[in-house]
Write a protein that binds this ligand. Structure first.
Ligand SMILES: Nc1ncnc2c1ncn2[C@@H]1O[C@H](COP(=O)(O)OP(=O)(O)OP(=O)(O)O)[C@@H](O)[C@H]1O
Ligand SMILES: [Mg+2]
Length: 257
C-alpha cells in the first residue's frame, strides 16, 4: 500500500506552462480518477510523475521525495500504463509480461508470471499469441498485466479504456478496482468519466494545467462542473447546447475575459 502526494507540481514547455501548481493526493488502496478535457495536461502530469520528463515542485511517495529517474521510480514500486499501450507487437503475450518484470529477480519472475495468469485468466489462453495480433481490448489487458508484473505499490494508467467497446471498458475498470482492492494504489486518467467515477473513490478535474474541482467520486459525478462538461447536463436554455464539448467551450467562453 502506498500514498502519493504532489505539492505544487509544475511543468513548462519553453514559455508555456502546461501543468501549474498541481497539489493532489492518492491514499493507500484508493482509485483516484484524473479527469479533464483534451490538452488539460493529464498525460504531462503522469509523465512528470514517472520521470519521463523533468518536473518542478515536489512529489512524495509515502512521505519521502520520489526519485526523478525512471528506473529508480520503478524500483520504488511505481508503474505506469502509458497512453497507447506500447507493447512489443512481435513478441508473445508471455514475453511482453516477462519484460514487465525486468526488475524482478529471475527466480521470482516465473512466480509473477504465474500470478499474472491467475489475475488475468484470459491472457493465459493467449500466452503464445503475438501481442500485435491481439484485439485492442486484449492488448490493453496485456499492458495492465505487464505493469503489474513488478508488483507495484502505486499504479498509474493513462486512458486505459481509450478506443474500447463499452463491455470491454467495464471489464477493464472492474480489473482496475480489483487491483486497488488487492492493495495497489491507483491513479487513473480517464475520458470515460461516468464509468471511471463508478469505480473510483475520488476524482480530480484538471483544466488548462490546473485542478478546478475534486472530491469523492459519487459527489463529483453529481457536480455541476462534471455534469456540464462531460455527462451531458440538461439543455442550456441560453445556448441550446447539450454536448460535453459544447459545455467545455461554454464554460471556457464564460471564463475568458
Ligand atoms: N513535448 C511537448 N512540447 C510542447 N508542448 C507539449 C508537449 N507535450 C505536450 N504538450 C502540450 O501540453 C498540453 C497538455 O498536453 P497533455 O498531453 O498533457 O494533455 P492531456 O490532458 O493528456 O490531453 P488528452 O486528453 O488529449 O490526452 C497540450 O497543449 C500539449 O500540446
Ligand atoms: Mg493525454
Amino acid at each position: 500500500m502506498s500514498e502519493l502526494r504532489t505539492v505544487s507540481l509544475k511543468k513548462r514547455y519553453r514559455a508555456r506552462t502546461v501543468v501549474q501548481d498541481v497539489s493532489l493526493s492518492v491514499k493507500s488502496g484508493e482509485v483516484v480518477g484524473l479527469l479533464g478535457p483534451n490538452g488539460a495536461g493529464k498525460t504531462t502530469l503522469l509523465k512528470a510523475l514517472n520521470g519521463l520528463i523533468p518536473r518542478g515542485g515536489s512529489v512524495l511517495l509515502d512521505g519521502a521525495e520520489m526519485p526523478e529517474k525512471t528506473h529508480e521510480i520503478v524500483q520504488a514500486g511505481v508503474a505506469l500504463v502509458p497512453e497507447g499501450r506500447q507493447l512489443f507487437p512481435q513478441l508473445t503475450v508471455a514475453e511482453n509480461l516477462e519484460l514487465g518484470g525486468w526488475l524482478v529477480p529471475k527466480a521470482q519472475r516465473a512466480e509473477r508470471l504465474a500470478q499474472a495468469f491467475v489475475d488475468f485468466p484470459k491472457l493465459k489462453e493467449r500466452a503464445t499469441q503475438l501481442a500485435g495480433t491481439m484485439s485492442g481490448g486484449e492488448q490493453q489487458m496485456v499492458a495492465v498485466a505487464r505493469a503489474m508484473m513488478c508488483a507495484p505499490r502505486l499504479l498509474m494508467l493513462d486512458e486505459p479504456s481509450l478506443g474500447l467497446a463499452p463491455k470491454m471498458v467495464d471489464e477493464l475498470l472492474t480489473i482496475v478496482r480489483r487491483i486497488a482492492d488487492a492493495g495497489t494504489t491507483v491513479l487513473m486518467v480517464e475520458q470515460n468519466v461516468k464509468k471511471a467515477l463508478t469505480v473510483a473513490d475520488r476524482g480530480y478535474v484538471m483544466e488548462r494545467g490546473t485542478l478546478v474541482a475534486s472530491g469523492p467520486a459519487k459527489l463529483l459525478a453529481r457536480s455541476t462542473v462534471i455534469r456540464e462538461a462531460y455527462l451531458g447536463a440538461d439543455k442550456d436554455p441560453a445556448t441550446g447546447t447539450t454536448s460535453a464539448a459544447d459545455a467545455v467551450r461554454r464554460r471556457k467562453a464564460v471564463a475568458t475575459p
